[in-house]
Design a protein around this ligand. Sequence first.
Ligand code: C5P
Length: 399
Amino acid sequence: MKIIVGISGGIAAYKVPQLVRLLKKRGHEVQCVVTAHALEFVTKVTLETVSERRLYCDLFDDGNERTTEHISLKDWGDVLLLAPATANIIGKMANGIGDDALSTLLLSFGGKPMFVCPAMNTQMAENVAVAENLRVLEERGVRVMDYEVGELACGAVGKGRMAEPEKIVEWLEEKLEEGKSMRGKRVLITAGPTYEKIDAVRFIGNYSSGKMGFALAEEFAERGAEVTLVAGPCNQTTKSRGVRRIDVESAQEMYDAATEAFERADVAILSAAVADFRPDHQEEQKIKKQGDGGMTLKLVQNPDILATLGKRKREGQLLVGFALETNNEMTYATEKLKKKGLDMIVMNSLRDEGAGFGTDTNKVTIIDKAGNVESGELKSKREVAGDIADAVERQMENK
Ligand code: C5P
């Protein structure tokens, strides 16, 4: 997730580098944005080092890519965490004041989730205006973390401390989970190619990179689903905590893992390029050349995972297949949808440049069993995964 950490000028700002490190360790990307006063408590070098991104602190900084950087940052960020939030920035936020980099960003961030960790002296925290401002923010959907009670920087003991970074991360992730659309749903995804062994050193494979399946796994995990990713041999990695990865090699192994996981799945999306055939037997040793003659490999059919799941599908389960075609795309895809008992099929054509195997982009047409057809543009595989997830969620609502 892309998190913007807004830092205003309170002593608790000294805890923010640790907070940023924790968020990064959990696999998030972090962009820090500070007020001028925050830099009295924590340095630019520290924040840039821990976040691994340039710090944004001044609307008119020469280093800004453009003067509308706060607008591009609001497009970049998925959520904004304001920690520590002083009485001043809370007041600006509640009253629509934008007079520096952070406050203008807060104004433009509307519609996306915002989280506020207030920190201030007890008297300030109990001030009616501050309490009223926080109430207004909560009414507008901003999540506000409770103050901690304890020793304050001024020496007094009372309400107003900012929680420790570990606790903030826990709170943030818990709140983010609550709002997720696929929370509590189990999604099975197959990805990548399969390798069908010929002998000790050779196999029959295909050019599938696994990128589309991994993008789908990450997209669904980000939407709160519990994802089981059955992956054929490929070089993809995922840091997503919501993804349980099972590595397999052959179609038969993929079949075994997928049919088992399907028992508990709400949704299954089979994006793997599964070999239709395998050698009828595998040689233990490397096969040697014999004379000048050629050689014949006898192939037998692999089980069709998608068709099997189509037959086993229970009420309420949703099954999505992929169709990679080179010609007569719509006809073949629609036939496959019916024949394999699918709810939806994602079609991509090798005739479209930038679509299909290996590329970082894809161009797909999503067809559902009611006959609705949605044709997409050429997009990144992650964006395509978002479109597929949207279509899946729409189908689930109608089930
Ligand atoms: O029939 P075809 O192989 O073109 O169908 C493609 C779809 O079927 C993909 O979703 C693919 O993952 C799935 N498939 C499968 N098991 C096979 C062959 C294809 O799950 N043995």
